[in-house]
Design a protein around this ligand. Structure first.
Ligand code: OGA
Ligand code: MN
Length: 293
């Protein structure tokens, strides 16, 4: 088998075939995947019926994994390994969560455009999402190309944005959907973190907007002005010309680069099971360190 990379959308999304992710990959195969993700922001690996251990092993070839955020209450019983995010509508007994379930309501925030873990000082580099059970309709994931969005900005806008520092927290994104059910301890732990608004993608040398619904303030700017700027930018950067929609099939593994893309989940009939497992490769250093570099 040899690896083949076929564009699904020019310079943004590609399909990768010729690898079996149940097996340990050669260094050359890992390098080929790295080259592909540096060129494209999103890679789709169809037909990969992997388990969590295989997913973790493949993901670790690209760097250290994040552990899931322990923001949850003491009574939270995880369904999966701490290195695997549970992107499902199931509880610890594999039953569909109730309408008013707190984790379900919090999880609805994934339907806002975001970049994973931008609310952490050291955010996510790659996310790898594996489809285990999917509904027959709906529940797509959409991706937006933040390098293309940057390229399309007017020069005047680019000069204004470059160097700005935003503050990100899940408190901002969840407040947008009216989710405010946090304990005092959780609020303290979710203090905003600084992130660059404009990043240079090391693998391609291209500049990119670094946006996320977790962003709610910009240093040196009044809050309403910052909020409006962020809303306008997200609206611009998610115009259809920058967006690709992925319709899930069981066995799909989708890998994306959070440094230069945003994504969001789409609505589906939540009486059906939707079970996806995510591993997340940490970016290693805070984005603001790029300013010093
Ligand atoms: C994620 C995420 C979107 C979806 O896994 O990080 O935002 O479609 N998922 O479930
Ligand atoms: Mn996400």
């Amino acid at each position: 088998m040899s690896i083949a990379v076929k564009p699904l959308s020019p310079a943004f999304v590609a399909e990768v075939t010729g690898l079996d992710l149940r097996e340990s990959l050669t260094g050359a195969a890992v390098a080929a995947v790295e080259d592909a993700i540096n060129q494209y922001g999103v890679l789709v690996f169809p037909g990969q019926l992997i388990d969590d251990a295989q997913q973790m092993e493949f993901s670790r070839r690209f760097g250290a994994l994040e552990t899931t955020v322990k923001l949850y209450r003491k009574d939270f019983v995880p369904r999966l390994d701490p290195h695997v995010s549970d992107i499902s509508n199931l509880d610890e007994n594999n039953r569909v969560r109730a309408k008013d379930d707190r984790l379900r309501l919090n999880g609805l925030g994934n339907r806002l455009w975001h970049s994973d873990s931008s609310f952490k000082r050291v955010p996510a580099r790659f996310s790898l999402l594996s489809a285990r059970t999917v509904p027959s309709e709906g529940g797509e994931t959409q991706f937006a190309d933040m390098r293309a969005a940057w390229d399309a900005l007017e020069e005047r806008k680019k000069a204004f944005l470059d160097g700005l520092i935003c503050e990100h927290t899940q408190l901002f994104s969840r407040a947008k959907i009216g989710f405010t059910d946090w304990s005092e301890e959780e609020r303290v732990r979710m203090a905003p973190v600084p992130q660059l608004m404009v990043r240079t993608h090391p693998g391609s040398g291209r500049k990119s907007l670094y946006l996320s619904s977790h962003a709610g303030r910009i240093r040196g700017m009044e809050e309403p002005e910052a909020r409006m700027l962020l809303m306008d930018l997200i609206e611009f950067a998610t115009e259809p010309r920058f967006v690709h929609t992925h319709r899930w099939t069981v066995g799909d593994l989708v890998m994306w680069d959070n440094r230069c893309t945003m994504h969001r989940a789409r609505e589906y009939d939540e009486t059906r099971v939707r079970d996806l497992h995510r591993t997340t490769v940490s970016d290693g250093v805070p984005t603001v360190a790029e300013l010093a570099a």
